[in-house]
Ligand binder design. Structure first.
Ligand code: EPZ
Length: 423
């Protein structure tokens, strides 16, 4: 168990380079097994979810090595086509391996990923996509059995623009004979990143970033390399950290378009933001005021992953900020813990209403999911006294050295392992 001790009251000043994107590297690592090939990735973040993916690749028989931000995968020796429960449960999004295993082996056996802290995580859209490509799907005893001796191109319409289902469909379609058209596809930048990687593997694929993606079977490459895009949610986290603590922060290596819905909202609250081609600067010198209603939607709408972070930024803003969470049913878990710091938050179903308070006071709180845990750490930056966040590994799933990054900007965050819970 990790304890994060945050001493509030220090403004953030300085510049930092944003980590590589968790939600880009995970589907790309899965795609390495599409065909036997050697791949080298750079700008890979050090995260628990990445380690979980590397363990799955090793279990399937791939050679995997890591040196700092470089990951090398040799998927030529892959032999397995099943992923056991203990590995599937390690990472929420391990279902992303379904399309790649099915495409490589003609069959796949994965345990159901189950629900998570954010609520139910159905995978019906993933399974429908595999069936649309000729796969036969059976669910039994908590496992998914999928077989497709031959994958055939087809039309895949996603009832909702699911990120993971779009990625699984793209990956499997690369091995299908004929053209596949995916409609109502997710448009997140991580989808475009996956398309970029698949093209280096020889895939004939277009349309990522739009609702229609077309894939033709591909001429596999034997060796390829790819640089992981910057993490737009990690960037949003640092923007909101500056909103919580006050200060002047520059983020390097980020595409400002990827965080526009968040920066625009912070500007509406009174933050000053400067946008450059590959960096952002945010200044928060005065007390912010209640922003617009924050309605989470698929990209390019306001990202659900930034909702807890924006909630932290709104706690001391004058006036009221309303949140509507449309993506996950349990994404206000941080609210009860934030109220222990003195926040005024009322939640009712998908709506949360934050009424800004003058002061927050540090207290022991519990991280119950990845972004909710980050929101508690951010709120502690703007609280008087010390906040202690107890975290059973959630924050490390998605953030590489969040304590070091914040301390480099002048925060006072100490993270250490402990087996006693101070609450
Ligand atoms: C991805 O999850 C991200 N994870 C999530 O980030 C992110 O919150 C989410 O997309 C939405 O942007 C990764 O990329 C690894 P979805 P994913 O399928 O693919 C419903 C983080 O904090 N749905 O787009 O699982 C589902 O219940 C994580 O970094 C179905 O109904 O999200 C949800 O309501 C959290 N059937 C909605 O779609 C399905 O078959 C969006 O889910 C699949 C999804």
């Amino acid at each position: 168990m990790s304890l994060w001790r945050i001493k509030g009251g220090s403004a953030l000043e300085g510049s930092l380079t944003v980590q590589g994107a968790k939600n880009a590297v995970l589907p790309i690592l899965a795609a390495t097994i599409l065909k036997g090939c050697e791949t080298e990735f750079t700008n890979c973040p050090v995260l628990r979810d990445v380690e979980a993916s590397l363990n799955i690749l090793r279990y399937l028989g791939c050679q995997v090595e890591r040196q700092e931000d470089v990951i090398r995968v040799d998927s030529r020796p892959m032999t397995g086509c099943s992923i056991p429960h203990e590995l599937m449960r390690e990472m929420r999004s391990s279902v992303i391996f379904l399309g790649a295993v099915l495409a490589r082996c003609g069959e796949a056996r994965l345990s159901m990923p189950g629900g998570c802290e954010l609520g139910p995580r159905p995978i019906d859209l993933h399974l429908n996509a595999m069936e649309a490509l000729g796969g036969r799907v059976r669910q039994e005893g908590g496992e998914i059995f999928c077989s497709a001796p031959v994958l055939r191109g087809g039309s895949i319409h996603l009832e909702m623009p699911s990120v993971g289902a779009t990625e699984n469909a793209m990956i499997a379609a690369c091995a299908a004979k004929g053209e596949t058209v995916i409609t109502n596809a997710a448009r997140e930048p991580e989808i475009t990143a996956l398309q970029g990687f698949l093209r280096t593997m020889g895939a004939d694929i277009e349309g990522a970033g739009t609702p229609v993606i077309k894939v033709h079977s591909f001429a596999p490459a034997d060796r390829t390399g790819y640089r992981i895009m910057p993490d737009r949610i990690a960037a949003a986290t640092m923007l909101c950290a500056c909103a919580c603590a006050g200060g002047d922060v520059e983020l390097r290596g980020i595409d400002p378009c990827h965080t526009e819905s968040v920066t625009e909202n912070l500007e509406a609250m009174g933050a000053k933001v400067e946008r450059y081609s590959r960096r952002l600067r945010i200044r928060c010198r005065e007390r912010l005021h209640g922003g617009r209603t924050v309605i989470t939607q698929p990209y390019p709408g306001f990202p659900t992953d930034a909702q807890p972070l924006m909630m932290a930024a709104s706690l001391k803003a004058s006036g009221t900020t309303v949140f509507v969470e449309n993506i996950f049913s349990e994404r206000y878990r941080q609210a009860e813990e934030l109220k222990r710091l003195g926040a005024d938050i009322r939640t009712e179903g998908r709506v949360a209403i934050v009424t800004g308070v003058e002061r927050l006071r540090g207290a022991p709180v519990l991280a119950e999911d990845l972004r909710g845990g980050a929101s508690l750490i951010l709120a502690g930056l703007g609280a008087e006294g010390e906040t202690i966040v107890t975290d059973r590994g959630h924050v490390e799933r998605g953030y590489e050295g969040l304590d070091k990054a914040l301390n480099a900007l002048g925060a006072q965050v100490a993270k250490y392992e402990s087996d006693t819970d101070p609450r």
